[in-house]
Design a protein around this ligand. Structure first.
Ligand code: GLC
Length: 438
């Protein structure tokens, strides 16, 4: 199947390692008895080979194969097979739930959106990581606290932070002198500049019915002073501020400067149109700095700037995103899986994600690293680092998928003009309250 293992060329190596593992009665090879599997690559030949399967979403930056290669080089006794999951986080989520709820063991390590760990911990899909963290003396205080919190459930750590995300405004420096400060200014500029420099669109965003659209909506809603659930767990979405935010989002979606199929735009469509030089402005996550400046694949390399997202009446807001990495509770290779998790979330792995993938580190010290700063201009930009620290989380709840589904349905209807922003806010209020009361 398409989603299985892109690394066809590595198949012989993998099956050989599987045969070796099977012949040597590998069941416990990386269990408790052999805690240093993978940590000591030097005596390679004498250690048993272990193959682990790593699942992660489509990565247009090339960082995923680079991470795997660097890890395998440092750990010659562990082979990592990449299982490519859908780019749409919601679609990946559903595949994981299907596999883990059936207690399948084929995936060892997987990347998890920051909105999943609570749910996966509660459902007992994920391996608790505290004993590994302690044994390897990893200091969780070196990570941004919010990212550690996303992976913590009932006081236990189930996920290691890999990179953090916040929505950003990208603009063409060859077409725009000063980026807009407010959503209204962006609207006017997108409208006026559309068509300049062979562009076809003033603005690109994610308006498809999926999780990324909820992220865009949270930004509009927060910029106009609204919110979804407050810190006391009260649903507060039906407010004039939220309605104003949704209205502004509707204005952009229904404008004549976005693609006519904007309702099917996710990050992938945004990135493709952007690097193709088709738009003046775009909203996307930090990784697009890497794809934008990839000389081979991008027509806009060297002409891309970024700014914080514009402000509404309530200031500016970026949605907090990001990815963690976790171990399947049913993995049969837990020690080797941990080695890979430790590598990806540690300084070396995060540096590869930052320099090859343009992804924002969760280890604070990496922002001072000259190579990281050189590789991606965002990381030496104080305003950006502040944006990361102030990003607005989506509602934190073990029933987040349900809340998101409700938002996706109601917001999509508003974006398509089937209901008013007022009706969308009212419906979200009633339905989210009902879901939380269950
Ligand atoms: C990015 C974010 C993630 C979010 C997703 C939505 O991958 O890191 O948190 O849910 O986009 O598409």
């Amino acid at each position: 199947m398409k989603l299985w293992n892109k690394k066809i060329a590595g198949a012989t190596v993998l099956s050989l390692s599987m045969i070796l593992a099977a012949c040597s009665g590998d069941d416990n090879a990386d269990g408790g008895e052999n805690p240093d599997t993978g940590s000591d690559g030097d005596n390679g030949g004498s250690e048993e080979q272990v193959e682990i399967v790593y699942a992660a979403g489509v990565d247009v930056t090339g960082a995923t194969p680079a991470l795997i290669e660097a890890f395998e080089e440092a750990n010659p006794n562990i082979t990592v097979t990449y299982r490519e999951m859908p780019a749409d986080t919601g679609a990946s989520h559903d595949q994981y739930v299907t596999s883990f709820s059936a207690q399948e063991s084929e995936i060892d390590v997987f990347d998890a959106d920051v909105i999943w760990p609570a749910e996966f911990a509660q459902a007992q899909y994920a391996l608790e990581l505290d004993r590994f963290i302690e044994a390897d003396g990893i200091n969780m205080d070196e990570y941004f606290p919010g990212t550690v919190a996303s992976g913590n459930f009932n006081g236990r750590q189930y996920a290691m932070p890999k990179f953090t995300d916040a929505g950003l405004l990208y603009y063409r420096t060859d077409l725009v002198d000063t980026p807009p400060q407010t959503w209204d200014e962006l609207f006017d500029m997108a409208s006026e500049l559309n068509g300049e420099g062979d562009t076809q669109f003033g603005y690109l965003m994610q308006a498809n019915q999926y999780e990324g659209m909820v992220c865009n909506a949270v930004e509009f809603i927060a910029a106009y002073g609204g919110g979804v659930i407050d810190e006391n767990n009260q649903v507060i979405v039906n407010s004039p501020e939220t309605v104003a935010g949704i209205q502004k989002m509707v204005d952009f979606v229904q404008s004549d400067f976005v693609p006519s199929n904007i309702l099917s735009f996710q990050e992938t469509e945004t990135n493709n149109a952007w690097v193709g030089g088709q738009a003046v402005f775009a909203r996307n996550w930090p990784y697009m700095q890497a794809t934008s400046n990839d000389e081979e694949a991008s027509e806009v390399a060297g002409n891309v700037g970024f700014a914080v997202l514009p402000a509404g009446d309530g200031g500016n807001a970026a949605t907090l995103g990001g990815w963690m990495t976790m171990i399947n509770r049913y993995s049969e290779h837990q020690e080797a899986a941990w080695e890979f998790v430790k590598f990806m979330s540690g300084p070396e792995g995060q540096k590869i994600s930052a320099t090859v993938g343009g992804r924002a580190p969760t280890l604070e010290a990496l922002y001072e690293d000259p190579e990281v700063q050189d590789a991606a201009a965002l990381f030496s930009n104080e305003e950006f680092v502040a944006t990361l620290q102030n990003a607005v989380p989506r509602p934190v709840s073990p029933i987040y998928p349900q809340i998101s589904d409700i938002m996706q349905v109601e917001l999509s209807r508003a974006l398509a003009g089937e209901i008013t922003p007022e009706q969308a806010a009212e419906n979200m209020q009633t339905k989210i309250e009902a879901a939380m009361a269950e």
